[in-house]
Ligand binder design. Structure first.
Ligand code: SAM
Length: 261
């Protein structure tokens, strides 16, 4: 049984990088009227309470979204800030949207959202937090879901692949998986999140991925201090293919901001 629970980490600096880029990409993609398909292979529970014991215990949100909002990183009209404001108005000041809830704020009625989550408790919470959004929530392996559902209708779209990397084999299988997915769904925007660990465990995966020369690739990495002494995560990465136009500007802006921490 998987033990990872995102509630301990929701709103940390890795979420800030991932969610800010995701929000920008969805905003660019929804600027055209045409409908799109949105997928997540590892959805989590969709909605988090930053005043929950688990979150307070790690203090990662305090050093993450709370700290960077205090520094004014996201102007009111930034899509991440817009989604945060909508979720807080609905669920309370200390609520925080996971990626599915963030996407639900930015997608339109004509778009289709399909979310996979394997953990039974996280899945039940996901279904509840996304109820009324029109999202399809599936309690199944996200990798299998994605291969079964692609190419999708509508053809335009984006997938966020956000594994917890509890299985070290994820690092080995992901380059082949992304390449296979791209062969099936060549217009799909694929965004793969990975942690930057002191061990450098992500590096061989990125080397193989980059050697594939997939189109429109963006590799964006930010560094930050460990959440607590001895914590192994010291940065966050997002590897995107078919990167939507304009995403590089937001990536550069985030790089500059993270460099000031
Ligand atoms: N994307 C979420 C966000 O940004 O709010 C966080 C997701 S969390 C990092 C990873 C989630 O993947 C966990 O909730 C875990 O239970 C789930 N998970 C792990 N292996 C999975 C698999 N093979 N298929 C689907 N879900 C999986």
């Amino acid at each position: 049984m998987l033990s990872y629970q995102h509630i301990y980490h929701a709103g940390n600096l890795a979420d800030v990088q991932k969610h800010a880029l995701l929000a920008r990409m969805l905003t660019y993609m929804t600027a055209k009227d045409k409908p799109l398909s949105y997928f997540e292979t590892h959805a989590g529970r969709g909605l988090y309470a930053l005043d929950a014991d688990e979150s307070l215990k790690t203090g990662e949100a305090a050093a993450g979204i709370d700290a960077v909002e205090a520094l004014g990183w996201f102007p009111e009209d930034h899509p991440y800030a817009v989604a945060l404001a909508q979720v807080r108005a609905r669920f309370g000041d200390r609520s925080y949207p996971g990626s599915p809830m963030l996407a639900a704020q930015l997608l339109r009625p004509q778009d289709r959202m399909t979310l996979a989550e394997l953990h039974p408790r996280e899945f039940e919470a996901l279904k509840q937090s996304l109820s009324g959004s029109g999202a399809r929530c599936l309690k199944q392996d996200g990798f299998g879901m994605l291969l079964a559902e692609t190419p999708p209708e509508p053809r335009r779209g984006l997938v966020l692949i956000d594994p917890s990397y509890e299985l070290k084999s994820d690092y080995d299988m992901l380059p082949d998986f992304v390449a296979k997915l791209h062969r099936k769904w060549n217009v799909g925007v694929v965004a793969l999140w990975y942690p930057i660990l002191t061990s450098g465990a992500h590096q061989p995966m990125l080397k193989v991925l980059e050697a594939r020369n997939l189109p429109g690739a963006l590799r964006h990495e930010v560094q930050f201090g460990p959440a607590r002494p001895g914590h192994r995560m010291i940065g966050s990465g997002l590897y995107v293919i078919n990167t939507p136009y304009g995403t590089h500007d937001e990536a550069d802006r985030l790089s500059d901001l993270f460099a000031t921490l």
